[in-house]
Design a binder for this molecule. Structure first.
Ligand SMILES: Cc1cc2nc3c(=O)[nH]c(=O)nc-3n(C[C@H](O)[C@H](O)[C@H](O)COP(=O)(O)O)c2cc1C
Length: 348
């Protein structure tokens, strides 16, 4: 309700100014989060990797880049909160303006370039978090770091944060750091994850991929994720559309591309988690994902356009679905895929 009144004002501002204002508000008044959020519901808990999410939808990376408002987003009722992308050294990112809205398409374009306060500032915030929502640390290389040195850099980030996050995401898929997407190469990723695996202490480790990859490449990365013993893949990051300008697009405009990538990964039937992200705007998107074998999801752009009410909409429809099935969500995911598809048929 509050967001309903706030949105016209926020949308009259430059998108990044509006974003910073919301983060300031969320920092100052985390209790506002519970006023507009959803209450935990035991029937909606799901296991994702070795974490237990209270709700099947988490907050995607990039919204709370600096882990400043973890209590607020916990109170909103997100299943997990992914902060970052965090880099080793603080960096300013690309020049502003670098965030743009397409309201009629419920989409955003951003060319942020990982502005963030860096490891030393963000680490204490993660360390002092007392909530029970799983926290993901999305990590990436600094802009000027060469590929070769980036393995050491990511390894330092991973080791430094290992006790203060529940899962880790390696972001080699942002379109806004020159040359970053080229790191979605098998030889580089094998070297990187061999190094991270040797430092790991049982934490879940995900690879976040771009939606703009060839089909064969997506399958290669999915198999590699499995072969390297990672927890899974987060698909997808934003998509490039040069005709719209620099940066990457998110929101409804990305939905179709992300779905295609997710289906390709699920079709491989590998023993890995898939966290789906990209243009999820309504409960049917989640049901569609489940009908292809998916489970957990994340949102960013739809939360900007719909506000906290989006979580209520999802919760209501999920409750309606589960009541009809007389199941909890975890029980639903214990069913065979055929059985899940059968039970979803009236909800797609
Ligand atoms: C303004 C903005 C900043 C983002 N920053 C990051 C980031 O730092 N790291 C990252 O992995 N993804 C980042 N993302 C991508 C999102 O995490 C997500 O993958 C993408 O927006 C698709 O989801 P959506 O359609 O629900 O927004 C960003 C997205 C937006 C819109």
């Amino acid at each position: 309700m509050l967001y309903h009144w706030l949105k016209p004002f926020l949308f009259s501002l430059d998108p990044e100014t509006a974003h910073n204002l919301i983060i300031e508000l969320a920092k100052l008044a985390p209790t506002l989060g519970s006023l507009s959020g959803i209450k935990p519901d035991p029937s909606l808990k799901i296991n994702v990797g070795s974490s237990r999410w209270n709700f099947p939808i988490g907050l995607a990376a990039g919204l709370d880049k600096n882990a400043q408002a973890l209590d607020f987003f916990t109170a909103q009722g997100f299943g997990a909160i992914e902060c970052g992308t965090i880099t080793l050294r603080p960096q300013d990112g690309n020049p502003r303006p670098r965030m743009f809205r397409y309201p009629s398409e419920e989409s955003l374009r951003n060319a942020m370039g990982f502005p963030n306060e860096g490891l030393a500032t963000i680490l204490p915030r993660l360390r002092s978090y007392r909530g029970s929502t799983p926290i993901g640390a999305n990590i990436g290389k600094n802009k000027e770091t060469e590929a070769r040195e980036s393995i050491e850099e990511l390894s330092i980030l991973f080791e430094s944060l290992i006790h203060d996050a529940d899962y880790f995401v390696i972001n080699v898929s942002s379109p806004n750091t020159p040359g970053l997407r080229a790191l979605q190469e098998k030889s580089y990723l094998t070297e990187l994850f061999t190094e991270l695996n040797s430092k790991n202490q049982g934490k879940d480790l995900y690879l976040k991929i771009a939606p703009d990859l060839e089909e064969a490449k997506i399958i290669e990365l999915a198999r590699l994720t499995s072969d390297l013993g990672l927890t899974g893949i987060i698909a997808t990051n934003t998509t490039i559309m040069p005709e719209r300008g620099s940066g990457g697009l998110s929101g409804r405009i990305l939905n179709e591309k992300s779905r295609t990538v997710q289906k390709l990964i699920l079709r491989e039937k590998l023993n890995i988690e898939l966290i789906s992200v990209g243009g999820i705007t309504q409960p049917q998107d989640l049901f569609h994902l489940w009908s292809h074998g998916g489970k957990a999801a994340q949102i960013y752009t739809a939360y900007v356009f719909q506000g906290p009410a989006i979580l209520k909409v999802f919760k209501k429809e999920l409750n309606r679905f589960l009541e009809k099935q007389e199941l909890t969500l975890n029980k639903f995911f214990e069913l065979s895929l055929d059985e899940r598809q059968y039970r979803l048929k009236d909800f797609l």
